[in-house]
Write a protein that binds this ligand. Structure first.
Ligand code: 6PG
Length: 240
């Protein structure tokens, strides 16, 4: 397991407050350093509260923030399952981020592989032809150890020569960033809350790599932000 920083907060409210504080700091640092703050957002339910609170937070210069997604369900952008729609409802509708700095996955060609390739091309353009290097990749974790749409025993886990891939959840296509692009980020944060994740968090943080989430080994920093419920099964020495 690569070196990582761990924070355990009393509850999800405290976890979100910390997330806001660090988003403000990291955004200011990145914008001062290279003129923008490029973030690949997580989907699912855990980040909803963070996004809703970010929408109300002060001291965030949204005009210099570029938002991407770590993965997307293969549905229309207005579908209830869409990560883009979830983010639009909780955050995008409420902040002054320029539309051209919002980079949703294309999901409408009917060909997931083609749409994944389109997003890879979009990433290259957004990063001026350089290798995409996010300032922050925000990830969740499933109880099976998946992250983004990198699910156990799927082909997407093996993609090392591209930025994006087609994932699969129970046969349903998903679009996802690949490990190489996640791992070349400046910072990766796993945001995990709830007792239902306690077992998988313990397995990921205390066993030899065998799960997708354990292949997240960024060249930058790796941080695990947990609430008490998600940290409940960690051995004490790992919490100190
Ligand atoms: C998605 C996410 C996925 C999510 C985990 C945890 O598209 O659903 O990218 O990787 O982060 O499944 O989901 P919850 O936060 O809903 O538990």
């Amino acid at each position: 397991m690569p070196a990582f920083q761990l924070e355990v907060h009393p509850d999800q409210d405290a976890l979100v407050d910390r997330g806001i504080q660090l988003w403000q700091i990291w955004a200011q640092q990145a914008i001062a350093d290279h003129g923008y703050f490029a973030v690949a957002l997580a989907g699912g339910s855990t980040p909803k509260q963070l996004y809703s609170q970010l929408a109300k937070a002060k001291d965030i210069d949204w005009s210099q923030i570029r938002l991407f997604w770590g993965d997307e369900r293969y549905v229309a952008s207005d579908h209830p399952d869409s990560n883009f729609r979830m983010t639009q409802d909780t955050l995008l509708k409420h902040v002054a981020i320029p539309t051209h700095q919002i980079y949703p996955w294309p999901t409408t060609s009917g060909d997931p592989a083609l749409d994944a390739k389109h997003y890879a091309a979009l990433l290259r353009t957004a990063f001026n032809g350089d290798q995409p290097q996010f300032d922050l990749v925000l990830l969740g974790i499933g109880t099976d150890g998946h992250t983004a749409s990198l699910f156990p025993e799927t082909e997407a886990l093996l993609v090392t020569d591209d930025l994006t891939a087609v994932g699969s959840k129970s046969g349903e296509p998903r679009l996802t960033l690949t490990f190489p692009v996640i791992n070349q980020s400046h910072r990766v944060v796993f945001l995990v809350a709830g007792a239902s994740k306690a077992e998988i968090v313990k397995e990921v943080l205390t066993t030899e790599p065998h799960l997708p989430s354990q292949q997240v080994q960024p060249q930058g920093s790796l941080l695990w932000f947990l609430d008490k419920g998600a940290a409940a099964q960690l051995p004490l020495q790992i919490q100190l």
